[in-house]
Write a protein that binds this ligand. Structure first.
Ligand code: HEM
Length: 519
């Protein structure tokens, strides 16, 4: 009928019979495509149905169960394994039409994280893109591969050695600032440490001092804080995830303002630094000796005047370091300080280690790389804190091809989430998993442990490029605090509500009391 009607309006010379044949062929092709799509869907659904998980409603899936506050959502994700099967280390849930699998055992995590095929990040990372563009953390495919190759040498140990001085300088400020809390019953350690790690990352990434510890109300510092909070809100709220709704919300205006402040700052620093390098081209060698290099300088160097990396590419990477390199370290430092405050027996062991390292010289001097290498017990305390409270609690990957995980097939298109706090508490690997016990990381106790049972810095091709930097920084900060103060936790662990935002946090802060070690 429709064909006849259309035919009436067509020029005479077009043959309606031929048109009919074309329409029939089109309908057959469409039907075949739909059938194929349906067959794939049916196969995917069949595979997904075998994976244990909560009952999902048609269309909305488990949306009603996950549309809750960050801390509640985190508890539910962690609790899912207990509710829906601890044995296999794999569970499933549906966010609307999108299937998610949660992986929480070394043998289920390895096939995804070790693979060079499933390296693309999941959908949730897109909210970082307005700020970070497609820098190392958020990029995929060929772009990620080429960037990773370019950036790896900038984290060489010799370069990190130059940053130890910055860590030491900023730790002195931190220790001085914390002194204001002496004699007080308790304080939240998070804001102090976060401003310190922000100072450190700004100076090491961009070569810029922002003195966040002294001027926490600067536009840039505020923008870093605000954008983090907006991104978290978007990740957790279905309403804000939609670009259309987000654009019409009041949050959007603030979001755009933050992005402008952050990008203006990085652009200005890059332009000025490039100009400086050009102007000093003749005595560049002399400059390198006298001026400490930042990651930015190294990126400008490898950029080959824009042919390898444009200014926008450089900004993406510098912003990525700013984002990935301060909150993560701050969280790790705070949890270690807090846990040592809960366990005076381990804290005293760290005191003894520090006393033996610094007794030869002035106790207040800045640590050298050699001193840091000698802090073996502190190293175990940090690792154990990262086991219980991994700074990045969830890793997301797009499954780009059907993959066999244990006895289950996870179909292409699923989002795989590795839940680190659950992985790190597997009782088959870590007996009495809730207990804070640094000895789990003694040489003898790590022999034979599955390499994917403990991965706070992720593992495989997309592991953390900054992990050596982070561990050195943590040691400088924690040893700096513990050389001056004795810590006492003023809250029990059982009373702390943990929440997973961009990093793992205590919902109401981590409260400790400090006492002078020497009077
Ligand atoms: C205790 C501190 C840190 C922890 C626990 C940590 C953890 C992680 C984890 C788990 C990933 C993988 C993320 C994912 O798969 O989604 C990652 C990636 C990354 N981290 Fe870190 N990180 C820390 C500090 C740092 C620092 C200080 C820097 C930079 C100076 C940094 C830069 C990066 C970058 C650029 C990536 C992306 C790597 C890629 O995809 O190739 N991180 N980090």
């Amino acid at each position: 009928m429709l064909i006849c009607l259309v035919g009436k309006w067509l020029p005479r010379e077009i043959d309606v019979k031929k048109l009919n044949i074309v329409f029939v062929i089109l309908i057959v092709i469409c039907g075949w495509l739909v059938f194929r799509w349906w067959r794939v869907q049916r196969r995917c659904l069949k595979h997904l149905a075998e994976i244990p998980g909560p009952f999902a409603l048609p269309l909305i899936g488990n949306l009603a169960q996950v549309n809750v506050d960050h801390d509640e959502l985190f508890s539910r994700i962690v609790g899912m394994r207990l509710m829906w099967g601890t044995r296999d280390g794999i569970n499933k849930a549906w966010l609307g039409q999108k299937p998610y699998v949660f992986l929480s055992k070394a043998c289920t995590v390895e096939p995804i994280i070790a693979s060079s095929r499933h390296v693309d990040k999941s959908y949730d990372y897109q909210f970082l893109q307005p700020w970070l563009g497609t820098g190392l953390l958020t990029s995929s495919g060929a772009k990620w591969r080429s960037r990773r190759k370019i950036l790896t040498p900038t984290f060489h140990f010799n370069i990190l050695e130059g940053f130890v001085q910055v860590f030491g300088e900023q730790t002195e400020v931190l220790v001085r600032k914390m002194g204001a809390e002496l004699g007080k019953p308790s304080f939240n350690v998070f804001p102090y440490v976060t401003l310190c790690t922000l100072d450190i990352i700004c100076e090491t990434a961009m070569g810029q001092r922002i003195s966040a510890q002294s001027h926490s109300d600067s536009d840039y510092v505020r923008a870093v804080y605000d954008i983090g909070s907006i991104i978290q809100t978007r990740q957790a709220s279905l309403f804000y995830q939609s670009n259309i709704f987000f654009r019409f919300s009041s949050l959007y205006k603030k979001h755009q303002q933050c992005i402008r402040t952050l990008h203006d700052f990085s652009n200005k620093v890059i332009t000025e630094r490039r100009k400086e390098i050009l102007e000093n081209a003749e005595d560049a060698d002399r400059n390198e000796v006298t001026k400490r290099l930042a990651f930015l300088d190294l990126l400008i160097k490898v950029s080959e005047n824009g042919s390898v990396l444009s200014d926008t590419d450089i900004r993406e990477e510098v912003d990525t370091f700013m984002f990935e390199g301060h909150d993560t370290t701050s969280s790790a430092v705070c949890w270690t300080l807090y846990l040592l405050g809960c366990h005076p027996e381990f804290q005293h062991k760290v005191f003894n280690e520090l006393d033996s390292i610094f007794s030869e010289g002035i106790y207040d001097r800045r640590p050298t790389l050699r001193d840091l290498k000698g802090m073996k017990y502190l190293d175990k305390c940090i690792k154990e804190a990262l086991r219980l409270y991994p700074s990045v609690p969830i890793l997301g990957r797009k499954v780009s091809k059907d993959i066999q995980i244990g006895k289950y097939t996870v179909p292409k298109g699923t989002t795989a989430l590795v839940v680190l706090p659950v992985l790190h508490r597997d009782p088959e690997v870590f007996q009495n998993p809730e207990k804070y016990d640094p000895e789990r990381f003694s040489y003898e106790n790590t022999i034979g442990r599955h390499p994917y049972a403990y991965i706070p810095f992720s593992a495989g091709p997309r592991n953390c490029i900054g992990q050596k930097f982070a561990l050195l920084e943590e040691k400088v900060l924690i040893s700096g605090v513990l050389r001056k103060y004795r810590l006492e936790a003023t809250e029990r662990r059982e009373d702390i509500t943990t929440t997973a935002e961009l990093v793992i946090r205590a919902k109401n802060g981590l409260h400790i009391r400090i006492h002078p070690r020497f009077t």
